[in-house]
Design a protein around this ligand. Sequence first.
Ligand code: SF4
Length: 247
Amino acid sequence: MGTTKIEWTDHTWNPIRGCTKISPGCQHCYAETFAERFRGVPGHPYERGFDLRLVPGKLAEPWRWSTPKMVFVNSMSDLFHRDVPDDYVEKVCRVMVQANWHTYQVLTKRSERLLELLRTRLAFASAMPHIWWGVSVEDQRYGLPRLEHLRQAPAGLRMLSVEPLLEDLGPLNLDGIGWVIVGGESGRGARPLARDWVASIRDQCRDASVPFFFKQWGDWLPWEPEHVPGWKSPVSYTHLDVYKRQE
Ligand code: SF4
């Protein structure tokens, strides 16, 4: 696809378009909002709105990027959606394994399928250091089981996207987690984010020596962390810092 404004990556690659909602974190899905804007526009990539479809013509895209990139895989979908056939998931992963000069970030809310496939059909890709496997964790009910699935998965590098954070997550088992991104919700109707919820995750990351990247407060609160007296984020890294740590 191309460059992106997402702070923790620099390119997106969408060999799948569209998705369906699965948990509260999906409520204000930016991908859906974007895609639905173009429903019915002839010839537009999102002519069919947010309906899920495979885009085989995009599979070879990483081969055409000659310089190394940090690639967010399926920013407009979910690789492990039930309607994406195993064969196609495997094809996406074979491209990632072969075009290995890039770093890929795969983020899903379908963590049970991620776990099942990394143990079986995707074992060839699971431990590759240039492929980061991640799950979204927005709350305790839906997010914490995903964290456990990820921890059980035979992944080389595991990441958590705690965004939009919707409540205090409580104690987290961060054993085996490579890095954590936290953020609030953006856009109209953004839900509240409490400073204590963020600080709790930050402190747990610090205690577990897990890199912590605080992305944003979102649109619910009209202030930024540097404007809060005493706010410090002692284990906050940019994605470039984290990238260097992997070398
Ligand atoms: S899983 Fe992700 S892409 Fe799919 S609806 Fe939810 S937020 Fe949107």
